[in-house]
Each structure stands twice: as C-alpha cells, then as structure tokens.
Design a protein around this ligand. Structure first.
Ligand code: PEP
Length: 251
C-alpha cells in the first residue's frame, strides 16, 4: 500500500512576511494522518520553514540541488548535503521550468538525482511533455525517455528511495488540468516501464500528478489507481486550499 504524498512547490514566491503567514496557516491545518505532506520553499526560507514546521507533521524539501553532492567551489549553487544539513528530507529534480527555461539537460537531472540520494535526500523526479509533444502523440515517448535517463544511468533500484512526479508542461500554472484518465494513462505507463526492470520497485514507487491541482479537482485525480498524490504549485501558496488538497488525498 503506497502512502499518498502531497507536495507544495512554492517556486520563487514569498517574502519573510508572506512565508511567516503561510507557516502559521499550515500549523493550524488539520492534516490527515494517512497522507505525507511536504513543502518546497525557496532556498532562502528553508531553514526558517524547517524550524517552524518542526513540530507539525510537514516535511520540507528544496526545489533543486547542485550536480555535486558535497559543498565546494561552485558559486551560486547549493549542495544536496547542505540541504540535508538544514533539515530537508526531499528535493525536486528536473522540474520543467528548469529543464525548459534554464536549459537543464537530462544528464544534469541524473547527476542531481544521484547527488540527492548520496546525501540521504529523497529525489522527486519531475517528468512531462509539452503541448506540442502531446499534440504530436509523443507524450509516452517523451516521458519514457526522461525516466529512462535515470533508470539507465543509475539502475531501477534507485526508485525504491525516490518519487516520480508527472507534470504535463501545458498544465503547469495554466489552469488547464489533465483529465484523470489522461493522467492515469501516463502514470500507468511510468509504472509499467519501471516494472519491466523490477515489479517490486514499480509497485512501491509513488507517482504524483502535478499541473493546476486544486481542491476542486484533487479528489478525482487522486482517485485514479496509479496517482499517489500531487505536486502542487499555485494552490500550495494558500494554506486552506493546500489543506483541502491534502485531505482529498486521504481515505
Ligand atoms: C508545479 O510547478 O510543479 C505545478 C504543478 O504548478 P501549478 O500547480 O501551479 O500548475
């Protein structure tokens, strides 16, 4: 039985005052015990969020990490071991905004994934197709290639300590959501691809859906057999809305 995970990606949003308000809202939420909940604030607020959410059952992750696991001479980057040092337990790797806007390659995604695990962080590997790729009928090919980049380089066993997030690029921040059936098709394909190498790893790995998840559509998406929770952007900036999404993932 996979425990659902709802992860809030705050992206490059927030200020000291705004983050304090959001933390206060999160601390007041009645969160379901059968759902794992985590938030991914901007780097500069990580330590504060870890400190303030330490007493409630909300994990903290980072939105990215450097390709090298340990601290060193790499100006402007943050090492996975530094994230672990400040209390993070997870890190997003390969978010589409980084792949598409910042030119992050599949090779870098693999190195970041490995760096995260080397420092005992759980990587959340983000995969997903653009609208153009979907319209060309290439969704499963694109997502399959992004997943294979990690499986071929590091082996399927690494997914025993990782999470996958399927995020169609056309649904991120657009208000458009994949239908539960569209999302399920891709989630099932991801699980089948992993099952080709290890049935045990495939049945245990959590695959999140991301792309304009909100309280109004969460229960329907999370009700699909291969959707194990959500990676939530915009809606995670409102504690009440985020809490409702977390409750939709519970049973
Ligand atoms: C995201 O950035 O991971 C995301 C899913 O964003 P949104 O929920 O705003 O579409």
């Amino acid at each position: 039985m996979r425990r659902p995970l709802v992860a809030g990606n705050w992206k490059m949003h927030g200020s000291r005052a705004g983050v304090a308000e959001l933390i206060m809202g999160l601390r007041e939420l009645a969160l379901p015990a059968d759902v794992e909940v985590a938030v991914f604030p901007p780097y500069v607020y990580l330590a504060k969020v870890v400190e303030e959410l330490g007493r409630v059952a909300v994990g903290v992750g980072a939105q990215d990490c450097a390709i090298e696991p340990q601290q060193g001479a790499l100006t402007g980057e943050i090492a996975a071991c530094q994230l672990q040092d400040v209390g993070c337990s997870m890190v997003l790797v390969g978010h589409s905004e980084r792949r598409l806007l910042l030119g992050e390659s599949d090779d870098w995604v693999v190195r970041k994934f490995a760096a995260a695990q080397a420092c005992s962080l759980t990587p959340v590997l983000c995969v997903g197709e653009t609208l153009e790729q979907r319209e060309a009928g290439k969704t499963l090919e694109v997502v399959g290639r992004q997943l294979a980049g990690v499986v071929d380089a590091l082996g399927v066993e690494v997914f025993a300590r990782a999470v996958v997030a399927y995020e169609p690029v056309w649904a991120i921040g657009t208000g458009l959501t994949a239908s539960p059936e569209q999302a399920q098709e891709v989630h099932a394909a991801i699980r089948a691809q992993l099952a080709d190498k290890s049935a045990e790893v495939a049945s245990g790995v959590r695959i999140l859906y991301g792309g304009s998840v909100k309280a109004a559509n969460a229960a329907e998406l999370f009700g699909m057999p291969d959707i194990d929770g959500g990676l939530v952007g915009g809606a995670s900036l409102n504690a009440d809305e985020f809490g409702a999404i977390c409750r939709a993932a519970g049973n």
